[in-house]
Structures are given as structure tokens and as C-alpha cells.
Design a protein around this ligand. Structure first.
Ligand SMILES: [Cu+2]
Length: 100
């Protein structure tokens, strides 16, 4: 009886915990005001595979927590260009750990 209950529980857990979450930091040129921050936030919040978005105008950086496979660095760069900004440097910070 216990084994039957365990399997769906494990499946549910696996779905909740993203496999190989990745933190990517992008330096963005052209961010000047709160509206820019808002634009970038909205751009990445609707992007598939993005779990968390942090935009810092002070640091001129976008930090993304993503799934392992998506989005690719190219997709991220293109989204920034489409939003009207210039991605200058992309750094993959970690494949698991998330800093604050
Ligand atoms: Cu602005």
C-alpha cells in the first residue's frame, strides 16, 4: 500500500523542483529608468523556461533563474535586443545554487 502512494508523490515532487536550474546574469546597456526595468521584467516574465527575474538598474544587470534547456543564451540576447536594449555580457553564474 505504501509503495503505491509513494510513486505519485515522487512524480509530483519532480515536477515541483526544476531540474538543473541555471542562474544567468546579463549586463544590459541602455537601462536608464524604472520603465526600462519594468520592460525587461515583463519581457522575461513571459519567457518560457524562466523561473525568476531580477532586474537591477543600479548594476545594469538582469539576473535570470532558468530551466536547464531553455531559454538559450541566444534567445535571452535576442529578447533584450527586441526590448530595445543592448546585452553586453552574459555570465552563467551557477547550475544550481541561487544567491540573494
Ligand atoms: Cu527607461
Amino acid at each position: 500500500m505504501k509503495k503505491i502512494l509513494l510513486l505519485p508523490l515522487l512524480v509530483a515532487l519532480a515536477l515541483l523542483i526544476p531540474a538543473n536550474a541555471k542562474t544567468i546574469e546579463v549586463e544590459v546597456h541602455g537601462m536608464t529608468c524604472a520603465l526600462c526595468v519594468d520592460t525587461l521584467n515583463r519581457t522575461f516574465n513571459k519567457m518560457r523556461g524562466v523561473l525568476k527575474v531580477e532586474v537591477s538598474m543600479k548594476m545594469k544587470k538582469v539576473r535570470l533563474e532558468t530551466n536547464s534547456a531553455q531559454p538559450t543564451i541566444e534567445m535571452i540576447k535576442q529578447a533584450i535586443l527586441d526590448a530595445g536594449f543592448m546585452p553586453t555580457k552574459v555570465t552563467i553564474i551557477s547550475d544550481e545554487e541561487v544567491k540573494d
